[in-house]
Design a protein around this ligand. Structure first.
Ligand code: NAD
Ligand code: MG
Length: 342
């Protein structure tokens, strides 16, 4: 698996470029990372091709990939070229997918600039795009040649985006580190040492991915909160006013899936209450309505962890522990959504 370097890019990027012999370099940015992040690294790079796309999840589809492949082709990139993905999970997943498929695969490095991509999306080699309204429906597993994390980028991130990324940190603690869960839940959510949390979270994810890179088993625990979370996120994608950021949807998923784990007697009421209280304190209630329930349930049938039409979840079975491939019925999910709606 690729190593993850957490350091100022002024150190890590020249070291990475110098230790390789790339024939050409492309940098993929979105409008925001062009403005806030690209100026920080421009001076560290050799002559390069800049590919700038609009910001946002709506851009994460095959038509945008065509723009990227087109830019690489026009610049005559050969198989020894490098793609640098400077951005959040959208740029990382899509730029990585484009690199992994261009001429059957060229080198790429993730330079994650959001909290979510620093603690989660840039690590682990899952790449891809949304398709027909379904999240990450088309994609591949391919480990990046480098993941260079510079927490300094977080300073220009909005409060809302920071909170979204924090959901994956909470998830990592809940599935793998009970002591850390105890620490964070007692701390003021607005007073965080992001650099330390990033390092800790990356270590948890890397440890899990190293044991199961292509998600045949254990890696599925990283999907705690993501069956109902992804369904809720996808459901609201087409409703701009109710749209949730990824981590906000995962927050809904963590509460509802903790409820299911409690119903199945996998976790006690203490842990369920802790999760619920903490998540509501940080994220509020996403206000699902009665009308949202059935479409959300229908979307869970598309989950990549399912076996046929049977929904299988990763469910906590204690603080810091998570089981995977647990069959869950529609009735159980319906009760969990009703519980969340209060
Ligand atoms: P994002 O890439 O859309 O970034 C969020 C917003 O922040 C965008 O508007 C972006 O332009 C802006 N931004 C980025 N860096 C900034 C900075 N330093 N300062 C100011 N603004 C900045 O979204 P995200 O939350 O980073 O990632 C979500 C995506 O990641 C989803 O598509 C999700 O499916 C994917 N994801 C992938 C994995 C994986 O394992 N591959 C894991 C989790 C999530
Ligand atoms: Mg996630």
């Amino acid at each position: 698996m690729s190593t993850v370097t957490i350091a100022p890019l002024a150190e890590s990027l020249p070291a990475f470029l110098d230790s390789n012999d790339f024939s050409a370099v492309a940098v993929i940015v979105d409008n925001h990372t062009f403005k806030f992040c690209y100026p920080e690294i421009k001076g560290l790079l050799p002559k390069h091709t800049l590919v700038r796309i609009k910001a946002g999840e709506e851009q994460k589809h095959l038509a945008t990939c065509e723009l990227i492949w087109d830019a690489l082709t026009r610049a005559n990139f050969d198989r020894h070229a490098l793609v640098l993905n400077l951005g959040g999970g959208v740029i990382g997943d899509m730029g990585g997918f484009c690199a992994a498929t261009y001429k059957r695969g060229i080198a790429f490095a993730q330079l994650p600039t959001t909290l979510l991509s620093q603690v989660d999306a840039s690590v682990g080699g899952k790449l891809g795009v949304d398709f027909n309204g379904l999240k990450n429906h088309i994609g591949v597993f391919q480990q990046p040649n480098a993941v260079l994390v510079d927490p300094a980028f977080l300073t220009t991130l909005s409060e809302r985006e920071l909170r979204s990324g924090f959901a994956e940190i909470i998830k990592h603690c809940l599935i793998a580190d009970a002591a850390m869960w105890e620490q964070i839940r007692r701390r003021d959510p607005d007073e965080q040492d992001w650099s330390a949390l990033v390092a800790h979270s990356v270590a948890i994810k890397q440890n899990i991915v190293a044991q199961d890179p292509t998600e045949k088993g254990l890696r599925k625990i990283l999907n705690f909160g993501h069956t109902l979370g992804h369904a809720v996120e996808t459901h609201f994608l087409s409703q701009p006013r109710k749209r949730l950021l990824h981590g906000e949807a995962i927050a809904v998923g963590m509460v509802t899936e903790a409820f299911i784990a409690h119903e199945k007697k996998m976790i006690d009421e203490v842990l369920l209450t802790q999760i619920e209280e903490y998540v509501f304190a940080v994220y509020g209630n996403a206000r699902l309505t009665e009308a949202d329930v059935e479409p959300v349930l229908a979307l869970t049938l598309q989950d990549k962890k399912n076996r046929g039409r049977e929904v299988r979840m990763s469910l906590l079975d204690g603080p810091g522990h998570c089981a995977f491939d647990v069959p869950v019925t529609t009735a159980e999910m319906r009760r969990a959504l009703a519980y969340y709606n209060g």
